[in-house]
Design a protein around this ligand. Structure first.
Ligand code: ADP
Length: 486
């Protein structure tokens, strides 16, 4: 390959392990970049649920990782998975014995360890990257190390560029400064935005990468303000003023997400056979035990149950809508126990209209995308959001709040009758959401209009090609900064 060599560092990636959108991006962007001639390789931890053999990954080497006062040995695994060279760090303590990706007390230590292991692996590998593409706070220690250690002491690392991508600014990896002893980075300067005695890895990634980007143009602007910036807006403004902060909309893997070939769907369909969706709607209603009715609007969402996802306005808005006897609602999600309980209570109050499926289930997610009429994403913040793009491709109209990537991908059908692809509201209130829901239901009742909107939504092109080109350009620009541009 002619293009630059890039190591793509992520805590999660499909098809290995997925918690949210980061996994979708890490699974598909590197492949799209390879199609453009960029030699991207992926590196991630090996978790307990991932079978190296299943993916044909082999042990390449045992590598010593310098942490604390000693060294810990890990195995470096490698192989090619669906055309993408992949490396995994197999350790005994922090990842390989754990089934979850996040949510442990020692997460900061786990990912500091991962970062040190990636650095050790790069030193060891015969393939040498020109650029490290670090994603979210889990990979940020690499970027900080590169600036304050790697570039000072080593010929190879002195010429490696770094790009840091913010997938969600809300998760920052805040921890005590003792972590720096463990990570052997005691000299890392304390940042103004960090509380005394603490390290904020997200902030360290933003402050120390050559270039920073996030996953939609609107989110790149929003995080310059205090509310969306989650404490880091002053730092982000500095990077923005230097011309080092970008927004590139995520794409969608249109092979993985294709209603014409999706084996999870009872009935596959495409734009021209979209009327067949009703088979999926009936099948879903039957499967989850809701009355099988074609002409009742079926609302749905697939989401992590997190405050950022807008559940605080969704629950009261739905209560009011459902109390009027309108529509059915299905939600698939896991997360905060209080939301899980509230959703179960909603189902109990409206047993003929609501199903709360509290689990992570990729197959069910696909059946929901392929069956519901309206897909709800009333997020408080949404860096990019994949659900609305998948929904459109699967012929479900999105109803979204105008924030982040949702604002960049959905056009309101009432505000732009000629271009609309869904429904958009702005104030973060149950009333504004309810108003949008009622507008959507009016459109649903006018079948021809709904069909026109559905065609437009399904015709939208969200494939990765355009975004991958933008990333390839950003890589070039980043490489120029270390004197390596093509
Ligand atoms: P985030 O990354 O904040 O979770 P995104 O919209 O970018 O939000 O991506 C969410 C992805 O995770 C989508 O592909 C969605 O279908 C999937 N997902 C979320 N919750 C579940 C669940 N409970 N079961 C299956 N898939 C889920």
């Amino acid at each position: 390959m002619e293009g630059p060599k890039v190591i793509f560092v992520s805590a999660e990636a499909t098809p290995f392990i997925k918690v949210g959108g980061l996994a979708d991006v890490a699974g598909s962007l590197p492949r799209a970049l390879r199609r453009q001639g960029v030699d991207v390789r992926l590196i991630l931890p090996r978790y307990a649920t991932v079978s190296p053999r299943q993916f044909g990954l082999e042990r390449l080497a045992a590598i010593p990782v310098p942490v604390g006062t000693g060294e810990t040995r890990v195995h470096l695994l490698g192989g090619e998975v669906e055309g993408l060279p992949v490396y995994m760090i197999w350790d005994d303590q922090y990842f390989s014995a754990r089934e979850k990706v996040y949510g442990f007390n020692d997460d900061a230590q786990r990912f500091a360890f991962f970062a040190r292991a990636v650095i050790a692996a790069l030193d060891y590998l015969p393939w040498k990257p020109d650029l490290i593409h670090a994603n979210d706070w889990h990979a940020a220690p690499i970027v900080a190390w590169l600036r304050y250690y790697g570039r000072r002491g080593d010929d190879f690392f002195a010429r490696v560029a770094s790009l840091f991508t913010i997938h969600n600014i809300a998760y920052q990896g805040l921890c005590g400064r003792l972590i720096l002893t463990f990570a052997r980075m005691q000299e890392l300067p304390h940042l103004e935005v960090e509380p005394p005695g603490q390290v904020n890895w997200m902030a360290q990634g933003i402050a120390n990468a050559d270039i920073v980007n996030t996953v939609s143009p609107t989110y790149a602007r929003e995080i310059l303000e205090p509310e969306a910036g989650a404490g880091l807006h002053t730092l982000l403004r500095r990077r923005h003023e230097e011309g080092s902060l970008y927004g590139i909309l995520n794409g969608l893997d249109t092979e993985l997400w294709n209603p014409a070939t999706d084996s999870a769907l009872p009935q596959t369909f495409d734009l021209h056979s979209r009327h067949l969706r009703r088979v999926n709607k009936a099948a879903l209603q039957r499967e989850i035990g809701l009355p099988v009715r074609d002409n009742v609007p079926l609302l749905g969402t697939v989401t992590r149950l997190d405050a950022l996802k807008g559940l605080d306005i969704l629950l009261p808005a739905l209560e009011r809508l459902l109390a009027e006897g309108e529509g059915q609602f299905v939600i698939l999600g896991t997360g905060q126990p209080d939301y899980e309980a509230q959703l179960r209570a909603l189902q109990e109050r409206f047993p003929q209209q609501v199903r709360a499926l509290i689990k992570f289930d990729e197959r069910m997610a696909r059946r929901i995308y392929g069956a519901v009429d309206l897909f709800l994403m009333p997020s408080r913040f949404e860096p990019c959001g994949l659900g609305q793009m998948i929904a459109m491709r699967y012929g479900a109209l999105p109803l979204v709040r105008a924030t982040g990537g949702l604002a960049d991908t959905v056009i309101d059908a009432d505000a732009s009758p000629e271009k609309g692809t869904g429904f958009v509201f702005r104030p973060y209130t149950p009333e504004a959401l309810l108003d949008a829901l009622q507008r959507a239901l009016r459109a649903y009742a006018a079948r021809e209009r709904w069909d026109t909107l559905q065609v437009r939504a399904m015709e939208r092109d969200f494939s990765w090609a355009r975004s991958a080109r933008a990333y390839a350009d950003l890589y070039e620009q980043t490489l120029h900064l270390v004197g390596k541009g093509g």
